[in-house]
Design a protein around this ligand. Structure first.
Ligand SMILES: [Zn+2]
Length: 297
């Protein structure tokens, strides 16, 4: 090979290498540009929870945060009865209604640590009625029967973690183990608590006459409204018993939502009169329970 040819070969190799480098750079540029526009596309779809500004500066509305018709939304509503040690003579079923204060604190702390924020039941109802999907992990904590140990044992723990709760009161049942009228008024005024109805005398609503049902539903609603000076919109069915007649009577009485013991957390805006609740028993691992429910839909 003479010197001239050798020189040409070296130039050819150098040019070849330069072309390969340029091609690689172009490829790199295209890939990074694609991923960048991918991010922009995600933003435009509102994955960050917000719309983007349109050309005219107006907001582009997306349906990402709206509940579609018939769609189920995961909103756990927990239920407790007593926050105190179970009486020593209690049988197994009775014991399941008693969660000790220490255990109650563990349970609420595990939910808070898991990112759950509390809302009142009426806030869930408003959200479902408006078709707005919750932006954060939300839950409601409910207490049935208006037991005094809510005031003495549950409330200090809820205050420690700054948690809201919803209480369901039987207006015709009084006694030293129950919240007094003054305490109910105080709790309502505190802003920490929402009060709802648990009927007058806690009957099986499915087993009484229509007249009695009306008295239980409308009567308790009016008594609480007179006491608190505000509208009562949520009924908590005693023993979780309800059927089509109970739902109709509750709606006629003016309730917007009903609470059951149907053990689930998937709520539907078309089933406001039968919202699901999770009964919490002392040994329950609520976080694991929620994870299992969430996978089920
Ligand atoms: Zn009850």
């Amino acid at each position: 090979m003479d010197a001239q040819k050798h020189h040409h070969l070296i130039i050819d190799i150098v040019i070849g290498i330069l072309i390969i480098i340029i091609l690689l750079l172009i490829d790199l540029f295209v890939v990074s540009f694609r991923s960048l526009s991918g991010e922009v596309r995600e933003e435009a779809l509102g994955k960050g929870g917000e719309g983007i500004e349109g050309e005219e500066g107006g907001e582009v509305i997306t349906d990402v945060d709206k509940i579609q018709s018939g769609e189920y939304v995961f909103i756990p509503i927990f239920n407790f009865h007593h926050i105190k040690e179970a009486p020593p003579e209690a049988d197994e079923i009775t014991m399941s209604y008693y969660v000790s204060p220490a255990r109650f604190e563990e349970i609420v702390k595990s939910l808070v640590d898991n990112g759950y924020q509390t809302v009142f039941v009426s806030e869930i109802v408003n959200m479902l009625q408006a078709g707005d999907k919750p932006k954060d992990k939300i839950m409601a904590i409910t207490f049935d029967d208006g037991n005094l140990d809510y005031y003495t044992n549950a409330r200090p723990i809820l205050q420690k973690y700054n948690l809201k709760s919803s209480l369901y009161i039987m207006t015709g049942v009084r006694g030293e183990d129950f919240l007094s009228q003054d305490q109910i008024v105080e709790l309502d005024k505190s802003g920490e608590v929402e009060i709802g109805s648990h009927t007058v005398y806690h009957p099986f609503l499915t087993k009484i006459s229509t007249e009695e049902m009306d008295k239980e539903l409308a009567g308790s609603k009016k008594q609480l409204e007179d006491l608190l000076g505000k509208e009562i919109t949520v009924i908590c069915y005693p023993f979780g018993f309800y059927d089509e007649n109970v739902i109709n009577a509750a709606q006629t009485a003016g309730y917007q939502a009903g609470l059951t013991f149907d053990q689930d957390a998937w709520q539907n805006s078309q089933e406001l009169m039968a919202l699901k609740r999770i009964s919490v028993y002392p040994e329950m691992n609520v976080v694991k329970f929620l994870e299992r429910l969430e996978k089920e839909k």
